[in-house]
Each structure stands twice: as C-alpha cells, then as structure tokens.
Design a protein around this ligand. Sequence first.
Ligand code: 0O2
Length: 233
Amino acid sequence: MSRADDSPLLTATDGAVSYSAGQLRAMRDEFQRFVIEYQFGLREVETKISILRDEFLQMHEYNPIEHVSSRVKTPDGIVEKVSRKGIDPDFASIRAHITDIAGVRVTCAFVNDAYRLFDLLTQQDDLTLRVVKDYIAQPKPNGYKSLHAIFEVPVFLSSGRVDVPVEVQFRTIAMDFWASLEHKIYYKYDSQVPSTLLAELKSAADTASELDARMERLHRELRGGSSAHAVTV
Ligand code: 0O2
C-alpha cells in the first residue's frame, strides 16, 4: 500500500505535530547527510593514526599506541548535549557548537607517548588544531586525566570540501582504566555517586598517576632519552 508523500503519517494526540512520509524521509536524509561527514572525518583521522603506528612499528620497532577506538556520537548523545548546553536544535547550530560528534581515543602505554602522538598530529599541515584541553597537566577535580584536542580535517565530497571537527583524546592505559570505571559508576548511580565512592575514585586516580610516573621512569631507564612533555599552542 502506498501513501501520498504529503499525507500526514504521524499526528500527535494533542494535534501539535504531524509529519507526512515525505517530510520524514527528508528529515532522515538530512540527518544521514549530517552524520556521514563525521564518519568520513573519523576515517581520515583513524588512517593518520594507523599510518603513524605502522611507521613506528616498522621503522623504529616501537609501538607508542596500545589501543585506538572511535565512535560517532549517537543521536541520543547529541540530543542530550543539545539540551544540556541549550544549543538551538538545528543542524547548523549543532555543527557549530558540538565539536565531539566524531571522537577518537588513542590509548598509549606512557604519558610521553600520548604527548608525542598529539605533537605528530599537530604537525600535519592538513589538520587544523582548534582547541586543546590538557587534563593531564591539569586534571579535573574528580581525578580525570586525558589530553583532548579538537582537530579539523578536510573531507572531500562530490559537492566539495568540508572541514570536519574530530575530537581526539590521548591517554594512558591507567587513565583509560580509571575513566572507564568512573563512567560505569556514574551510570550505575545515575550521577548521584556517594561521597565515599567519589573519594575512593579520586584516590584511585592518584594511584594511577603514580603508576604512570613510575612506569615512565622505568621505561626511560630501559630505552634512554628524555621525557619532557608539554602542550604548546
Ligand atoms: P562520550 O561517551 O565520550 O561521548 P561536556 O563535558 O560534554 O559537557 P566538553 O567541553 O565537550 O563538554 O567536554 P570535555 O571536557 O572536552 O570532555 C568530554 C568527553 O571527555 C566526555 O564525552 C568523556 O568522553 C570525557 N570525559 C570528560 N570528563 C570526564 C570525566 O570526568 N570522566 C570520564 N569518565 N570521562 C570524561 P561525553 O560526551 O561525556 O561522552
């Protein structure tokens, strides 16, 4: 059975909203067009990271990257951020104000490698560094550590070039271990985490930082060389 494109498909019981099949299809297409740019941006950055990883392995017999994961924010995640930040719910505003729709997480064994990967991406002249938040140098009060960078990467579509923001989070295994547990605890307690548990988490973050520092020292002794790191933008 076919339905005329402009006949109402959904009508709210209070009569406030109604969409035709044609309108719903247009909304779906617009959303797909919106999301696909982020998927391609992600792919470009993932390729850059995997090239660096392979070069390190083949030319320097050293792997600075333990793990890479990536995701495009879910529609629910986008809607949650739009309402939490009071952003106008149209694609142009979302594009302008939400810069972590495409996200890559690079997990390294050592803090020094996290900064090194950040530097190597920053030096690539087709990437534009837009924002850096160095939560390694300045951890969040709860103990969260990671280096966040928003890069803009050009993506070439049939319609021309679009510059897509991609958030890259650089962290160590210990930071990642802590952040994933903290995330689960927040989810379980629906953000109302008991204060004793918050204190435990902060203490665990301190322990993770000590472990990172010790492992880095041992690693430096093993390989020689310096471990100076800082973000300069
Ligand atoms: P997901 O699942 O990664 O998409 P916001 O914090 O979102 O209001 P902003 O300025 O974009 O605003 O945040 P920021 O500081 O750059 O960090 C956002 C992302 O960093 C989060 O994404 C998490 O991935 C991570 N993050 C930041 N702070 C914490 C923290 O205290 N604990 C943990 N576990 N992760 C953190 P999303 O969108 O929340 O989630």
